[in-house]
Design a binder for this molecule. Structure first.
Ligand code: ATP
Ligand code: MG
Length: 495
């Protein structure tokens, strides 16, 4: 209302345009783009302000601007500047230069779990020799040249190193989608757009800047990013532009040259940023159901099995509620069917339950070497979640008391709860543990007595009630949910 009124008095706000070789620079005033400045995080604002006060250009950039434009509160903020990483670092108390292929600065606020990182990147120069030469007189570029930093490209056109600084219009051309390539100055509240990002956001189009085939070749990870943004933005009505979507499947083989660790990280972003089910649906629709990363292939293959589906739904729900999610938990869910099969086979060969489970887990890790093994903590956490499962069925003596104290209890319990949800174990067992974990010692003793009078359940894979129809879970109390907040507390990095 107020905005319309001001517009009426002042006339339509003017956008300034300047055509450059790298696009048309459009400066869009707040009354036109309508971004709510209160959605900008204070820490991001502080980074921009500090850089600007020191005489540099600085903007909020990337996905945060896209989300702001769509009226969403961004989860993380990236800042782009013409200051070099060293210059950025010198302005903040806790700032770290990270990355080799793509050097950026992490400015860190707060500590522990509540800490927040603002990623600050220096404007990159356009990627071709002509442009590299053209900007070679530029001070920033000469600085990076002195440090021996140049664009390095492999035979397929993949960019190996990308630390040549340049002006903002070139930086915009280097970004992936038009809606991800806008700059927002929270001080002046102007939006700078070189590639029609605002129009595309309005039309709900995901469009790759430049020729999509070249851009996927330069960095094949953009293929996975296309899937992620299509999944994230599809509920808002976004679609991939035909030219952007069409080459995806045929270019998939280029991912073979991308380091496994980067693919693993991208897989986790697909699965753990709140759009896991939508991402799998996009992978299927776009013909990318196989070939990105072996574990992701397994997820897509198993998406319709009750357990994996429940795990993905649970993960999406948790992210939506801003609760932490752990890669070890999700991957333990994805590979559980293999562990169970190996466990059952050994039990039927009369191997005792615990060694049988140990061996089954070893076998799964062997089969998946390179996928999860070698990632020390991640694999250790997965093993712990699995190894806890038979112990949940031993509700006698001191076992429950020590189990509940185990660091990974919550993850193990949540796993059990998911198994109960899909009818693999009795719901009463999960309910019992929920109660036990939140009770005091007196009540705990009572619960153990009560469990004694129930039919004993020796730990064995056969106690899995696979044949039973899934039942609806009793709603958990708020307190119960917090106490048994299973994926929480899993600070497991996947390194
Ligand atoms: P999200 O909302 O998931 O954080 P995002 O768009 O912010 O999405 P980031 O990975 O945080 O994605 O990257 C920030 C910005 O950096 C992107 O919006 C894009 O402009 C640019 N960017 C990141 N990765 C690439 C890439 N592989 N190729 C080109 N530009 C990229
Ligand atoms: Mg981001």
């Amino acid at each position: 209302m107020i905005k319309k009124f001001i517009q009426k008095i002042l006339g339509k706000p003017q956008t300034a345009t300047l055509t450059t070789y790298f696009g048309k620079r459009v400066e869009i005033p707040p009354a036109v783009h309508g971004i709510d400045p209160s959605l900008v995080d204070d820490r991001a604002l502080n980074v921009v302000r500090t850089l600007q006060d020191a005489g540099y250009e600085a903007y909020v950039v990337g996905g945060a601007v896209r989300d702001l434009l769509l009226g969403l509160r961004p989860k993380d903020f990236d800042v782009a500047t013409d200051a070099t990483p060293e210059e950025v670092k010198s302005l903040f108390r806790r700032a770290f230069i990270i990355g080799r292929r793509f050097r950026i600065v992490h400015v860190v606020y707060g500590r522990g779990r509540e800490h927040e990182v603002i990623e600050v990147s220096t404007f990159r120069a356009h990627l071709d020799n002509r442009a590299a030469e053209q900007v070679s007189g530029n001070e920033k570029t000469s600085k990076s040249d002195l440090a021996g930093m140049t664009h390095a490209v492999d035979s397929s056109g993949r960019v190996l190193r990308d630390n040549v600084w340049g002006p903002q219009d070139e930086d915009a051309t280097r970004r992936d989608f038009t809606v991800n390539a806008m700059y927002y100055d929270p001080e002046s509240q102007y939006l700078v757009d070189y590639h029609g990002g605002m129009q595309d956001a309005k039309k709900k189009i995901l469009r790759m800047i430049g020729d999509p085939v070249d851009r996927y070749r330069e960095d094949p990870v953009r293929i996975i990013r296309a899937v992620r943004f299509a999944a994230k933005l599809s509920p808002l009505g976004f679609n991939l532009e035909a030219k952007t979507g069409k080459p995806l499947a045929t270019m998939l083989r280029l991912l073979a040259d991308v380091p496994q660790s980067r693919l693993f990280d991208e897989m986790l972003k697909l699965l753990q940023t709140g759009h896991a089910l939508a991402s799998v649906a996009q992978l299927q629709q776009l013909g990318l159901h196989k070939g990105i990363y072996p574990l992701l292939d397994v997820v897509v293959e198993r998406v319709d099995t009750p357990f994996v589906k429940a795990a993905l739904i649970d993960t999406d729900r948790r992210v939506g509620e801003e609760k932490p999610v752990a890669p070890s938990f999700l991957l333990a869910c994805v590979l559980w069917a293999d562990v169970r099969l190996g466990w059952e086979q050994r039990l039927s060969n009369r191997v005792p339950p615990f060694p049988a489970l140990q061996e089954a887990i070893d076998e799964v890790f062997d089969a998946r070497i390179g996928d999860v093994s070698g990632r020390g903590k991640l694999a250790a956490d997965m093993r712990e979640i699995w190894m806890m499962q038979p112990r949940f069925e031993k509700r006698v003596g001191s076992t429950p008391f020590s189990l509940v104290e185990q660091a990974r209890f919550r993850a193990g319990f949540d796993f059990l709860r998911l198994r109960a949800e899909v009818g693999e174990v009795e719901l009463t067992l999960a309910d019992w543990w929920q109660e036990f974990s939140t009770a005091d010692d007196v009540v705990r003793e009572d619960l153990i007595q009560q469990a004694k009078s129930e039919k004993p359940n020796a730990p064995h894979a056969g106690s899995v009630k696979a044949r039973r129809a899934p039942r609806k879970r009793k709603p958990t109390t708020q307190a119960g949910e917090t106490k048994t907040d299973s994926q929480a507390g899993n600070s497991d990095g996947h390194n």
